[in-house]
Design a protein around this ligand. Structure first.
Ligand SMILES: [Fe+2]
Length: 239
């Protein structure tokens, strides 16, 4: 699959901080593979959640600076930024030092199995703070898959979108890796032009080998996905 991805907006490449890359060697292997695919810009988005990955922005910045300084020459020349993927829970509103994209968007997520009670107020409050929320992989949430309706889609995703929350598609979702219900949401969100961005959400080098296998999209859908890849570049424009 060549979707023309030049800028990745969702990745777990920063080593040793979450369930993504465990060490520097894995991170280099991931970056090397993505570079071969044509990716030149990266926003690294380690998980931040009080219960699972209680990362602090200051510590992530230090690790990110050290990581960049160690990169081999063929990777050092690429464009790297540090963001985060924030779990929306009762603690999120207490985080004052937040790591977003250069242009002022910020990546948020929920648990796959449990809807965040704070999701709507968070989407509202972030925009009050001048940030635009980007919901990671809306197609992967099981509680949305359960209520998906072929005609109406998922009412809450429509609501969040109408409130100003952008949606980010995962590349792996296009292969059917997360099941038929997930793919049904992908088709619906694409048909309604509700996605704005696409990310690898890469956690390990091996995942990248599957990006091009078994793609389950029509040609018009592929065109839309290519446009999402182009949109990614906008998140890297400094405001
Ligand atoms: Fe992620």
């Amino acid at each position: 699959m060549d979707i023309g991805l030049t800028a990745d907006v969702h990745s777990h490449i920063l080593p040793g901080v979450d369930d993504g890359s465990p060490d520097f060697e894995h991170s280099v292997a991931i970056l090397t593979k993505l570079r071969e695919l044509g990716v030149r810009r990266f926003t690294l988005t380690p998980h931040v959640s009080r219960s699972m990955f209680p990362n602090e922005a200051a510590d992530l910045r230090e690790r990110f600076a050290r990581f960049k300084a160690q990169l081999p020459p063929e990777l050092a020349g690429l464009d790297y930024h540090l963001g985060s993927e924030y779990m929306i829970d009762e603690f999120f509103s207490g985080i004052s030092d937040r790591l977003g994209y250069p242009d002022g968007h910020i990546l948020i997520e929920m648990s796959y199995y449990e809807r965040s009670r704070e999701i709507k107020e968070t989407v509202f409050n972030l925009q009050m703070d001048g940030l635009v929320p980007v919901l990671a992989h809306p197609e992967r949430y099981v509680f949305y898959q359960k209520v998906f309706d072929r005609k109406k889609g998922v009412a809450e995703l429509r609501t969040l979108y109408d409130m100003g929350c952008a949606m980010q598609l995962n590349i792996m979702s296009l292969t059917g890796a997360y099941g038929e219900r997930s793919l049904a949401i992908v088709h619906w969100l694409l048909a309604n032009d509700m996605y704005s961005y696409i990310g690898t959400d890469v956690h390990s080098p091996g995942q990248i080998d599957h990006f091009s296998t078994g793609l389950l999209l029509s040609d018009p859908e592929m065109e839309k996905v290519r446009q999402l890849a182009k949109n990614n570049e906008n998140l890297f424009i400094n405001k």
